[in-house]
Design a protein around this ligand. Structure first.
Ligand code: MLT
Length: 256
């Protein structure tokens, strides 16, 4: 079972966090969503309060665990599923397995394709680095890539917060997630099957998933609403108000 946190009432709105963070990353958004939704945040295995039971966190297992956890929490109705980056990888697998459970999707700075050979190689290097030196040098690498250049220049508190979250992670969970992302299946065939209203948000300064790739994904989904913000990879943290405004406007217009 995965650790979740719930607040508010209404349609369940489930948020899956980015790697290597935890459900805490959504805490500041809680008041904005809890007014109109049952706001549910979830920890991937080994992150935050979720136990780690395997050496690899497969995205398909994550989808199954999410379904079990929701049913166990009494959430049997259709959900709105929002996944940021790694959360998006798991959201694709959840939709592929449980399409009848999904009322709407939000795909945030994520990609449908599997890892390239170069990305797999990089993940193997990161695993070796963590095994040898712990999370510190890895956290520095990650902080550089996760946040946009504007955030680096103007918001040192956000940079520091993300660094602290990464350093607080369980190294074994980080390694298991790296293995799971490296071996995740290609979800590009899922795109044409998505029949629910789908919000896609890209960061114009994102160097992990370029905005052009998100736009391409949007072009393959029937009911897609693509938007971009002048942020890096972690839009919801870098510009929370702009992100919430864009997402809530989409939900009011296309889902409620
Ligand atoms: C994330 O933000 O979840 C990661 O950048 C995803 C990845 O490493 O592919």
């Amino acid at each position: 079972m995965l650790a979740i946190e719930k607040s508010g009432t209404g349609i369940p709105l489930v948020f899956l966090h980015a790697f290597p963070l935890s459900k805490t990353m959504w805490d500041a958004s809680r008041p904005a969503y809890s007014k109109n939704f049952q706001f549910i945040t979830v920890d991937f295995p080994g992150f935050g309060d979720s136990p780690l039971n395997a050496e690899t966190t497969s995205m398909d297992d994550m989808a199954d665990e999410l379904e079990k956890t929701l049913v166990n929490a009494g959430i049997k109705e259709k959900i709105i599923l929002a996944g940021l980056s790694m959360g998006g990888y798991a959201s694709f697998r959840f939709y592929a397995k449980y399409p009848e459970r999904v009322r709407s999707l939000a795909l945030l700075s994520t990609r449908a394709a599997a890892d390239s050979d170069a990305s797999r190689q990089k993940r193997a290097e990161n695993i070796a680095l963590i095994e040898k030196e712990g999370l510190k040098p890895f956290a520095e690498r990650m902080v550089q890539g996760l946040l946009g250049k504007t955030t680096h220049q103007t918001s040192p508190a956000i940079v520091e917060q993300v660094r602290a979250w990464i350093l607080a992670a369980n190294p074994k969970a980080v390694i298991a997630a790296l293995r799971g992302m490296a071996t995740r299946p290609d979800s590009t065939t899922v795109l044409a099957q998505i029949s629910v209203p789908t919000f896609l948000l890209a960061g114009e300064e994102d160097t992990v998933v370029p905005a052009s790739e998100m736009k391409e994904i949007a072009g393959k989904i029937k009911k897609a609403d693509f938007q971009s913000l002048p942020v890096g990879h972690l839009s919801a943290l870098e510009q929370p108000a702009a992100f919430q405004n864009a997402f809530l406007t989409f939900l009011k217009r296309r889902v409620l």
